[in-house]
Design a protein around this ligand. Structure first.
Ligand SMILES: C[S@@+](CC[C@H](N)C(=O)[O-])C[C@H]1O[C@@H](n2cnc3c(N)ncnc32)[C@H](O)[C@@H]1O
Length: 191
C-alpha cells in the first residue's frame, strides 16, 4: 500500500479536492503549466493534475522510490535548497511548511522561480496569518487568498458536502478555530 493510501482515508477524494484548488485558487493554471510540488511525499497529487506538467521533490529516498514505482516524476531533494531546472508556473507545499529552516528565505527562493502562484496549506492555530503574509510580501507575493480546506484526512465524506461546507463563510471559519487548515494561493498583482 502506498504512503498516500495510508495517510488519507479517501486518498482520491482528498487529493482530487486539493488538486482542483491548486488549479483554480488565485490565478487559474492552464494546461501545460509546470508545477513543482515540494515535500511531495509519494507524489500522489500528480495523478489529479493530468493537464499540468508535474515535478515532485522529496527528501525521503523511500518516498521517491514509491513515487517512481507509480510512474510519477519525482526527484530526491531538500526543500530548503532545491532549485528546479527551469522556472515553474506554480509551486506547491503541502503539510510541509514546518520543514523550512527559514520560512522567509524559502519563500524568497520560491518567489525567484515561480511565475504564477505558490499554493500551500496553513494551519491558523500554528501560524499567524499576518506573519506568513509578511514573509510572502518580502518574497514578492503581494496577494494572498485563503480558502478553508475542510476535507478530513481520516474520514471519507462526500466531496459535495465538503465543498458546500467550505462555502459557508462564518461556519467554515469557526471550524478552523478547532481543526483543519486554510489552502492558500499567493501571487503577484501583475500575475
Ligand atoms: C506529511 S508528508 C506530506 C506529503 C505530501 N506533501 C502531502 O501533503 O500528502 C511530509 C513530507 O515531507 C518530506 N520532507 C520532510 N522534510 C523535507 C525536506 N527538508 N525537504 C523535502 N521533503 C521533506 C517527508 O519525506 C514527507 O514525505
Amino acid at each position: 500500500m502506498s504512503w498516500s493510501q495510508t495517510a488519507y482515508a479517501d486518498p482520491a477524494g482528498y487529493l482530487a479536492h486539493r488538486a482542483r484548488l491548486v488549479v483554480e485558487l488565485g490565478p487559474r493554471l492552464r494546461p501545460g503549466d509546470r508545477i513543482l510540488d515540494l515535500a511531495c511525499g509519494d507524489g500522489g497529487l500528480a495523478d489529479f493534475l493530468p493537464e499540468q506538467r508535474y515535478l515532485g521533490v522529496d527528501a525521503s529516498p523511500e518516498m521517491v522510490a514509491s513515487a517512481r514505482a507509480a510512474g510519477r516524476d519525482v526527484v530526491e531533494g531538500d526543500l530548503n535548497g532545491y532549485e528546479p531546472p527551469e522556472p515553474v508556473q506554480a509551486t506547491t507545499i503541502f503539510r510541509a511548511v514546518y520543514y523550512a529552516r527559514d520560512r522567509r528565505e524559502l519563500l524568497r527562493r520560491v518567489g525567484g522561480f515561480t511565475e504564477t502562484k505558490l499554493v500551500f496549506d496553513l494551519n491558523p492555530r500554528q501560524y499567524r496569518v499576518d506573519d506568513v503574509r509578511a514573509d510572502l510580501e518580502a518574497a514578492g507575493f503581494d496577494r494572498l487568498v485563503l480558502h478553508p480546506f475542510l476535507f478530513p484526512q481520516r474520514h471519507a465524506p462526500p466531496a459535495a458536502v465538503v465543498r458546500a461546507l467550505e462555502r459557508t463563510g462564518p461556519l467554515a471559519r469557526a471550524l478552523l478555530r478547532a481543526r483543519f487548515s486554510y489552502l492558500c494561493a499567493a501571487f503577484r498583482t501583475t500575475a
